[in-house]
Every structure is written in C-alpha cells, then in structure tokens.
Design a protein around this ligand. Sequence first.
Ligand code: IVH
Length: 737
Amino acid sequence: MSETSKPVEKLTVEDAAQELARLAAEIAEHDRRYHGEDAPTISDAEYDALRIRNAEIEAQFPDLVRQDSPTGSVGAPPAEGFAKVRHAVPMLSLAKAYTDQDVVDFLERAKRFFERDKDFDIAFTAEPKIDGLSASLRYENGVFVQGATRGDGTVGEDITANLKTIADIPHRLKGSGWPEAIEIRGEVYMTYAEFQALKERSAAMGGQDYVNPRNTAAGSLRQKDPAVTASRNLKFFAYAWGYTTEDPAPTQYDSVQKFAEWGFKISPLMVRAKSVDELIAQYKLIEAQRSSLGYDIDGVVYKVDQLELQRRWGFVTGEPRWAIAHKFPAEQATTRVRKIDIQVGRTGTLAPVARLDPVTVGGVTVVNVTLHNEDYIKGLDSNGQPIREGNDIRIGDTVVIQRAGDVIPQIVSVVIDKRPPEAEPYQFPHTCPICGSPATREVNEKTGKEDSRRRCTGELICPAQAVEALRHFVSRGAMDIEGLGAENIDLFFNAGLLKTAADVFRLKDRRAEVQQALFERREAQAREREAAKGTARKKVLSAEERTYEGLDKLFAAIDARREPELDRFIFALGIRHIGDTTAALLARTFSTVEEFIRVGKETAAAEDPHTVFPSINGIGDTVIGALIDFFGNERNDAVLDELLEQVHPKPYVVNISAGSTVAGKTVVFTGSLEKMSRGEAKAMAERLGAKVAGSVSAKTDLVVAGPGAGSKLKQAAELGIEVIDEDQWFERIGQGN
Ligand code: IVH
C-alpha cells in the first residue's frame, strides 16, 4: 500500500502532486479489480484509507486536484451509460403494513424478540415514506465523493455528477463531527409544481409527455448531461445511512437530526414515539397533510430508534426487521377487460394477463393486469373460497382495479351490473399456447391439493420455456453477462444459435452467423425507421459497416463469466423454487459444484431423500422436491455436463466478516440463554456467517451453553467439542464488554 504516510500538513507541493498521481492510479486499479473482475486484492478498509488520504490531500492542495481524480468531482463521465457502484452496505427495502393491526403485530414482534431484556425501553421513529428514488451519497472527510442509485440493492449506478446538481445535496458537510466516511441515504423526488412546470414546458415545445413525478425524477437522474438534471430542480430528503466509520448518534432520531446540522433537508414530519397509539396518531397526521405537501408520499415508515436494538434485531432477506412501511390505502379506478392473453414463463407456468382499456390509477396509466391463475379468474382462492365481489372475470367485464403495495395493479372487484349479456365464463386453455403440449395442474403429493398454476409439460421443447431459461441464465442476478440481454437472446434463439445454456459459451465459434443475425436485425430496424419517415431506403450497408464492432466486446463479456461464483451458477440453472437466497444457501452448504451435483443426484435416486440431503435451515421439502425433479431428469444431466465443459464455477468461500471468528462454523445453542432470546442468538450467529444447528453432532464446531444445559452438553464433551458460555460467546464475536 502507501509507502508515504507523512501527515498531509507536512507534504510539499511536489510530494502532494506525486502522491495524488499514485493514488489516482492505485485507486483506479482497485476499482477495476473490484468492479471489472469482482476480485479485489485489498480489504474495504484499506481501500477506504486510500480514498480518504486522497481526499485529504486534495482538500489541502485544491490546485492539484487531477483530471482523473478518484473523487469523481472533475473526472469525465464514462463513455457509455453509468459506471457501476457496489454499495458497501446493501440498500434494503422495507416490509409493509397495510392495517393498524399490522403495526400492532410489528411492535409485538419487537417485544417478543427482546423478551430477555426485562427493563428495556424501546422507542420508534415515524416519518413519511417519500415516493421517489433512493440514492446513496458517499462523504469522505465531509466531502461528497460519490453518489449512486439503488440499482438492485447491491450494485447501483454512479450518478455523482447528476446528484451534485441537486441543491439539497451539500458538496461539503456543514458543521463538524461527521464520521470519516459515511454513505448518507435518502430519497430524490420531484415536487408537483416542478412536474407541472416541466410538463408545460415540454408540451409547448412538442416534447414528450411525462407520466408522474416519480418516473420523471428517475429519468432526470439518469441523464447523460448533468445540465438537464439541473434544470429539473429535484429535491432530496436524508433519512438513513449505509456504510459509516462511526454511528452518527446512538439513535435513529438523533442521527437524522445530525444530518440536518450537516446541511441536509430532513422531513419535518419525523417524530419519536413509544406506543402503537402514538405511531398511529402520527400516521393519521401525516395522512391528513398528504394532499398539501406538494410531493408524493405513499405511507409512513416506522423504525426502531435505538441503533443498538436495530443491530440486535437485524435483517431478513433484503429487509430490516426493525423497520416497517405503513402504506396508505391504494387508489382505485374502473375500466374494461378487452381480452385475456396467456403468457408462458420460464418454468412453463401459464400466466393469464388481462388487457384493459387504458386507465389512470394514482398517476400511472394501467393497460395490463395479471390474473395470476385459473382459480383467480374464477374468483376463488387456493382453498376454493371466493376472493372478490362479483365473482369471476370475463372478457368484456367492467372491473375495479387498484394499485396496492407500490405499483402492481390488481383487480379488486367486477361490476356485475355492467356485464354484457353475451359474456361467457373464461375457458382457461388446457394446452400450451406456444408449443401445444398439454398444460396440467400438478397435484401436491403431501396435501393432495392441485397447484393453482397450470404448467406446460413441454419443458425445453417449448420455445417459451427454453428462451425464458436462457434469458434467466444470462440475467443480472444470475450469470450476469453484459451485452447479452433478453433481446439478443431472442434473436440468437430464433436464429438457431442458442438452444441450451452451454451454447452461450460456444457463440463465438459461430461468429459469422452471430454477425449475420445482428446485421439483419440492424437492417430491419433501419428499414422500419425509413418506412416510418416515409422515405425509401437508399443504400445498403457496406462490408465495413457490416462488421459488428460490439461483437468482440460481447464475446469478451461471455468469456469473463466462465468462472462464476457458485451461488450465481446454481441460481442461473433456473431450477424451480431456487431463487438467489436459496442458491446461496446451497452454495454455502456444498461449497463446490461437484458436491452440489453429487448430493443432488444421490438425493434424486434415494428412496428417502432425507437420508441423503442434509438438513439446511431455510430449505424445506419444496426445494428438495424441485432438486429431485431437476436431477431426476436425464435431459438435465446432458445439459449440465455440456455446460460444465464450458464453465467452471468457483468454490464458494464464506465471506468472513471483519472480526468474526465464527464464520463457517456450526454452532449449537443450548440451555437457557439470559442475554438474548434463542431467535436472536440464531439470527446473530447467521449474520456472522455461522450455521446454527439444533443438535450436537460430529459436525458441530462450537456449543454455547446457558444454565440448565443437559444432554447436549454431555454429547459435546463426548465428542470433544468446545463449549463456551454466553459471555464468552459475546467476547468471541467481538461484542464483549
Ligand atoms: S428507510 C433500512 N425511510 O422506501 C431502511 N425508506 O421500501 C431503508 N423510502 O428504498 C429505507 N421514504 O427508497 C426509509 N423515510 C424513509 C423512506 C424510505 C421512502 C423508500 C426508499 C426505500 C424504500 C423501501
């Protein structure tokens, strides 16, 4: 790392210039390794130290700030799109509450979780949920160095230059006492007044129409030219933070007050409260002011106030347990069902979609709405109980739709009085509309109940399924192959260049055909454009123009993913019921692809799968059943073999969080714990990368025993397994006092 550790005040101008040059190169190289190759060679803390040093020198020697400065304040924007930014701490979403009872339940859960603290005192904050876009703003030594969109929560886009045009975002923090490095998080939004003004300006110039303030704010943030963003007068409220070198304050409320001292706008409607009644009172107050705020809000967010309690309660997948969004009731509108289309998904599910007369609900035009499945159309839930007024949905029906829980529109009722006399009950197809194979409803062996979804039995002979499987395979959360989006997959599939996942990696052997397919599409698009303009197409592309310059890039992007992380690879296979979280659990359990396949096949062949498949917390019979289906199908054997000739998934390495000595260990908690509940202990251990087991076996690494521990203690002694008490546990994980 840095050979110069002279204090910044002691640097000469020459020293400083030299060091800034070296830091720019070094940081750029680490960025490349981190983002380009996913293979960082230094820790986050070391990386931070480099950036902080750079920012300190720049602050001392403003004249020396380089064109290629890593702070991004002068650097040129990337040529294409925006650079990716990996959030040091993921940007989460929030669990939702729709009724007062949901809020009561939230507080009950909190109480239950902290049951062991007899005299603890829990408080909450309540504040508006702003309907905009979240952004993460990184400050180093008080200087705004990088701003990013939420993206998928893990990786966002670098929109620093655009965020810098927002007046509510300080370029330098005011006051003092800010952490050395902190990611301030909050919401970028557009006021109604700005939205209206923009609409009018645009209409006057014959420009595009804007749908709603939120989408417009999103579009404004993704402008190539920051001057355009600046003209939109976006606003920002700070309400949370991600990575930080120290807590802003001991509570949520006081931390956000600090943000105000540092120069941010914070919501004037944020309060601290102690009871359900107080929280609901604030909800009512905010709801009453909703229409006069001048910007969209869609609910009220409650958060546990004490940061210490937030940390103890922790997270479930993608959501903090310690916060919840209490949504305002959804808005409704009435429209007509024009027709019902059936789409076929990746796993062969026949998904009915109603095509509607366009209608505006809550500021968004809705033309499609999912009808979920056959029973839903009939107006029945999975237990055969009626789900809506006015029973079944027919083509020609007038329906009431609403946008609930964010953006997904739903049909809430059918207006029977307006049903045309000739409207017949909808006949759900029993064959796949794409490949003609029978579409059946599976019967769950255990419950004897029919699956609510009808599925095409054609599997990979069904083009819809094959194409969807390929799209999924290359998608962002899966193999993440840049430049090979859904459009190109469709193109190559239709050109016969892609059938299975392995073909993706053999595309470059068919370079000429790939080029031809891309060329034909380009020609077709050009013809369409000409036709639209009403002019005849004059010239044919020359041979040079025919060489598709993106091709080498595409092949390089494909090659770059030949050694995927194991969890991504498992997820990419598109096995039913195996989402990214489950894929990660499987990867963590089996470590290598060979072991995963071996256990999968043995499980599929076993009479009783449970004698083979290990018990994994979070993986139940549905997933095991899906693995059995997958590995029990010979066709998949061939697909996998071929694929593994092309790609070599990296063994899964547990991410050992700093200071965590229990990562990768199997821990058993026994006896009565006094400082934490059992649920809390488990959550804490899992957060640190440990596996928590219910019983002691040869695989156990550590037993944490409270008073009254019995047989498990004896077993541990017999097996020679280390036993520690609760205090030692806290010391071990670096939280002892
Ligand atoms: S807190 C760890 N507070 O809601 C908690 N989020 O559904 C992170 N949002 O992506 C979020 N207003 O874009 C929080 N006062 C508020 C919010 C808020 C709006 C958005 C945010 C987030 C989404 C989660």
